[in-house]
Design a protein around this ligand. Sequence first.
Ligand code: GLU
Length: 334
Amino acid sequence: MPSAAIRAQLQDRLEDLHARHAASGHDGVEKVYDERRGMYPPEEAGDELDRLAIAITTVDGETFAVGDHDVPFSLQSMSKVFSYALALGRHDSDELADTVGVEPSGDAFNSITFDERHHRPFNPMVNAGALATTSLAAGDTPEERLDAILGVMRACAGDQGLHADEETAAAELRAADHNRATAYLMRAEGMIEGDVEELLGLYLRQCSVHVTCSTLSTMAATLANGCVHPTTGDRAVPADRVRDLLSVMYTCGMYDSTGEWAYDVGLPAKSGVSGGILVVVPGKMGIGVWSPGLDAYGNSARGVAICEEISKKLGLHLFATDDEDRLTVEATGD
Ligand code: GLU
C-alpha cells in the first residue's frame, strides 16, 4: 500500500484533474458514440458529452476513483485485449503468427487492409486482427466461446458477473456491415474459417461487455501485476505471454495515433469507441478513463489529455527519467 499521505495526495490530485478537465470544454471532440444511436456529431450531443470518470488501481488492489466511475459503458475495442489474451494462453507464438501479426498498421481500426507480405491481419488490436483472434476462442457453441473470452475478462476484473449487454450487442449487429464485409473477405482469403455470422455475433458481444471505470482500472491493474489479479490472485494470462500482450498494446493499442500516444504517454494501453481507455503501468498500477467525446482517431479526447497529464505528473512514461513533479505511488510498507 502507498502511505496514507500519498493516498490522500493521489485522491486530491485526481479530484483536481477531474475538476479541471470537466470544465475544459470539448476541444478536439469530432464525434460522439452512443450504444443505441451509434456515432453522431458533438452538436447533437446532450449531457452525455459531459460524462467523465478517472480511476487508478494500484497493484495492491486499492482503487482511487473520481467522477462517473460507477456508470457502466461498453468495452468495445478494449475487449480486443482480452480475446488476444485468451489466444495467447492457448497458442504459442508460431501458431499465432499464422493467424495475426504484431505490426502496427498505421490505418484506422476498421480498415480493410491486410499485411500482404504475410497474408494476415496486421495486429490483434485492429478489427480484422480481433476477428481473427476471436475466431480462435474454443467452445462447442457461441455461448461457450463467449464464456471463454468472458473468463479472461472476469479474471482480470475479479468480477464473475461481467457479461455482454444484449441490447448493445443488438445495436452493434444492426450497424455491422463494415465488420461483416471484413470478415467475409477474410474468409474468402483463407484468413479465418467457419460461420462468419456466428463469428460476427461473438465479436460484437465481446465488444458489448459493460464495465464501470473502476472495473476498467482494476482490469488494467491486473495486467500491470503480471496478469494476476491484485486481490483474488487469479492468473488471467500465462506468465510467459504477458510481455506479448503488453508489447502489442504498446505498439498498436490507440488506433492510428498509437505512435503519438507512445511518445506522449509512454504506456501500453487500449482505447474503445465508447470513450474508455485502459492504461497499464507495469508493476505499479492500472488506469481507467472514460469520456465519450472522441477525437479524429476515435480515442476519447479528454481521456488522452488526462492520461498525458497523469503520466507526466506521476512520472509514468516508461522511458522518462526527468519528471520533476513526480508522485511516487509505490509500496512503502506502512
Ligand atoms: N464494436 C466496434 C466495432 O468493431 C468497436 C469499435 C471500437 O471500439 O473501435 O466496430
